[in-house]
Write a protein that binds this ligand. Structure first.
Ligand code: BTN
Length: 308
């Protein structure tokens, strides 16, 4: 109902009478008023008077009703420990694919390699539950598709020159704009769910605590809409997960990476692998040619770009 009320109020910047709204929505004027009041309480500026209702401002918070096509799948919390925990529980309880848990801030945001992820208000923090029909060995394709969809969203919908560092850090130049964390559970050899957690520096300023990080608003000099980013990303990812697209995910990802054909050092759990990053194989592993011409296959680690 809130999505439909907003759709009508946004159609024309003018007053819309309670009677028109109630007729178009097929509910009583009292019901219309209750929803208007709830929207006002959620931060929407809606003038209410004798001429009806007029929307003069929206809070740009990823409330479910801001995603009309996906409303039932969207779960917004002003604050969570981590969207990963909430999404994992929902996935284990059988929630549908594309269920999305979003938090206004996280008190224990998690990063890769057991690090924490700074999650103050202004950033966009969410975890998406995916249920691709894939054997476990093919699950990395989903993470590459997500990194690719996010890079495309930032480049084409937001207008920043985002690039991806293996495996899925999103950078602007050398600074980190967004990070991605994935968790997978299997049912035998098949994927049961892959949860993709994404943190994007949008209107926050991560630099004081993380000097190597930057936000979209710092780069562009103006605020950016988290609702528009999330909506564009979900649409792009949905088409990237179509089986023919998904099969191309790693190949297409290579177009936007700055990791290949450069010197890197990758800190794995066992060792540090340094050399020239020459390729990413069909399972998403980074192929590094070391100084003694050995070709090493790295499946997991922290990648550092060396030199220019
Ligand atoms: C990285 O270290 O680069 C990955 C960061 C992932 C952060 C996101 S924010 C939303 C989701 N919830 C978390 O606790 N972490 C991920």
């Amino acid at each position: 109902m809130k999505a439909r009320i907003l759709e009508i109020l946004r159609r024309e910047y003018d007053f819309h009478s309670g009677e028109t709204l109630s007729r178009e929505l097929g509910v009583s004027r009292v019901t219309v008023w209750k929803h208007i009041k709830a929207l006002q309480e959620s931060g929407y500026h809606i003038e209410a008077g004798g001429k009806g209702y007029r929307l003069t401002g929206s809070p740009d918070v990823p409330y479910p009703w801001e995603f009309p096509r996906r409303e039932k799948l969207m779960h917004y919390h002003p604050e969570l420990e981590s969207t990963m925990g909430a999404a994992r529980q929902m996935a284990r309880e059988g929630c549908p694919a594309f269920t999305t848990v979003v938090a206004g801030r996280q008190t224990r945001g998690r990063g890769r390699m057991a690090r924490s992820w700074q999650s103050e208000p202004g950033g966009l923090y969410f975890t998406l539950v995916l249920r691709p029909k894939l054997p476990v060995v093919d699950s990395p394709k989903v993470c590459f598709a997500a990194a690719l969809a996010l890079t495309e969203t930032l480049r084409e919908d937001v207008g920043v020159e985002a690039a991806v560092k293996w495996p899925n850090d999103i950078l602007a130049g050398k600074r980190k704009l967004a990070g991605m964390l994935s968790e997978m559970e299997a049912d035998g050899d098949l994927v049961s769910f892959v949860n993709i957690g994404i943190g994007i520096n949008v209107n926050n300023d991560p630099a004081p605590a993380e000097p190597g990080a930057v936000s979209l608003c710092r780069l562009l000099g103006h605020d950016v809409s988290p609702v528009s980013i999330l909506s564009a990303f979900l649409d792009r990812l949905e088409s990237r997960l179509d089986p023919p697209s998904l099969d191309r995910a790693i190949t297409d990802w290579k177009v936007f990476t700055t990791t290949l054909n450069r010197k890197v050092c990758v800190q794995t759990l066992q060792e540090e692998v340094c050399g020239m990053a020459v390729d990413v194989d069909e399972n998403g592993a980074l192929m590094v040619r070391t100084a003694n011409q050995e070709l090493k296959r790295v499946v997991f680690g922290d990648c550092f770009h060396k030199g220019e």
